[in-house]
Design a protein around this ligand. Structure first.
Ligand code: HAM
Length: 418
């Protein structure tokens, strides 16, 4: 083994797993396209301030998880820990609102967070994300959630729970924050050190603490739902009605909060009980203040991101389309090798997945290799076949063999295999 290994929390995706990844990605492209979303790719490295402004100074991500370093020119840069901030930056930088007033964008790519690695939690992980920028209508929330649930339906991943909540807006959040603080104040000595700090900086985050003592105290904490202003209450009601109308099942989770500060109104998570502690396969919500916070005009928006590593674990491998090798050419001897080699490119031009063995190697070893590659057919050409002007085609699953004239090889094979 080489003395080099990948970094902790950074993972190779090997061929045995990559079929699943390709299926997830191609299904995402198809489904998001059907829902009217356009693909966007943004750089993985951005100015650090973009993330501190968007995600919030008092969040775990900004406080301790970002891969930040000084570039050669002294500028502070960060490997993106999530995609929303970059998409909004690109939306503003390229004036997308002038070209498409309602921008519906999606992205697929790696994100970086220096978290403690464990099953389902990596330092480089991948997200498939979608953002709708430019509309406050609760119907957008429902449309986005219908895309999310439709995508998982297409991947045939079931047993998921859609948990929703409303986090309010700048009008009602301060009242809720005060209610939370007055509730937690009584328990301050019993809260963990992190939560005692959060009490002042970001009391909503206490609701998300994983420590048992804090969880027990948070159980009876007030919910933002009980402190919503009239507009947020109406919005939340319309979202619930829309989900009901589309028969999308959901549960209200009155203590659901998010690890990023930009959220307003609707927030949600799609969870599973099949992945242990890291149970969120997707999450998101409204962020009606972010575009403005990054220097744009007041612009409502909503989005989600799916954790690809977690999704891939939930997929039934039997459903994944695999592209098997159709044909293995097995030449025996130099003359056969020379005759078959041009055929390989001709077959590939016909989109038949084919591979050729080494003509200096015996039939048994070549058959073994064909078998290992999962070839559906093997074409055998030895000295005898060359002189008789024919080849032997072997069906690897039925073991049936037939003879094919060398003169019509391409026509016969492409008719049979494509
Ligand atoms: P997030 O909840 O931080 O939201 O991440 C979304 C999903 O990414 C999680 O539910 C999880 O499946 C996956 N994920 C997050 N961290 C890790 C990790 N360390 N290892 C493996 N998977 C992980 C966001 O990132 C928001 N930008 C979502 C959004 C888009 N909100 C609005 N638009």
């Amino acid at each position: 083994m080489s003395k080099f290994t990948s970094l902790r929390g950074f993972k190779d995706i090997l061929p045995e797993e990559s079929d699943r990844w390709l299926w997830v990605e191609s299904t995402a492209h198809e489904t998001f396209n059907v829902f009217g979303f356009s693909h966007i790719r943004t750089p993985i490295l951005e100015n650090t301030e973009l993330f501190t402004r968007s995600i919030g100074e008092a969040t775990d991500i900004v406080e301790k998880e970002m891969y930040t370093f000084q570039d050669w020119d002294g500028k502070k840069v960060t490997l993106r820990p999530e995609g929303t901030a970059s998409v909004v930056r690109a939306y503003l930088e390229h004036h997308l609102s002038e070209k498409i007033p309602l921008s519906k964008l999606y992205y697929i790519g790696p994100m970086f967070r220096h978290e403690r690695p464990q099953a389902g939690r990596l330092r480089q992980f991948h997200q498939i994300g979608a953002e709708i920028i430019g509309d406050l209508d609760p119907r957008q929330d429902v449309e986005l959630l219908s895309l999310l649930t439709r995508f998982f339906e297409r991947m045939q991943v079931t047993d998921l729970t859609l948990e929703i909540n409303s986090l309010g807006c700048p009008a009602c959040r301060p009242t809720y924050r005060a209610a939370l603080q007055s509730y937690f104040e009584k328990y301050l000595p019993e809260l963990c050190e992190d939560c005692r700090r959060r009490f002042k900086t970001n009391p909503l985050r206490i609701l998300d603490c994983k420590k048992e003592a804090c969880k027990a105290i948070a159980r009876n904490a007030p919910s933002p739902i009980d402190h919503l202003c009239a507009e947020c209450r109406e919005h939340f009601k319309a979202v619930r009605e829309g989900l009901y109308q589309l028969a999308i099942p959901y549960q209200i989770q009155p203590h659901l909060v998010r690890g990023l500060d930009y959220y307003t109104k609707t927030a949600f998570e799609l969870t599973t009980n099949k992945l242990g502690a890291q149970n969120a396969v997707a999450a998101g919500g409204r962020y009606d203040g972010l575009v403005e916070a990054l220097g744009g005009p007041p612009t409502p928006a909503i989005g989600f991101a799916i954790g690809v590593e977690r999704l891939v674990q939930l997929i039934d491998p039997a459903l994944v389309p695999t592209s098997r090798l159709r044909l293995f050419l097995a030449p025996l001897g130099k003359a056969a090798g020379a005759a078959l080699f041009p055929l390989l490119l001709a077959l590939r031009r016909k989109n038949i997945r084919s591979e050729m063995g080494n003509d200096a190697i015996g039939l048994k070893s070549q058959m073994k290799r064909a078998d290992r590659l999962g070839a559906a057919y093997v074409l055998i050409v030895g000295e005898n076949e060359m002189t008789q002007g024919k080849a032997i085609l072997r069906n690897m699953s039925t073991k049936a063999q037939e003879e094919i004239p060398l003169s019509t090889l391409i026509e016969t094979l492409s008719a049979k295999l494509s």
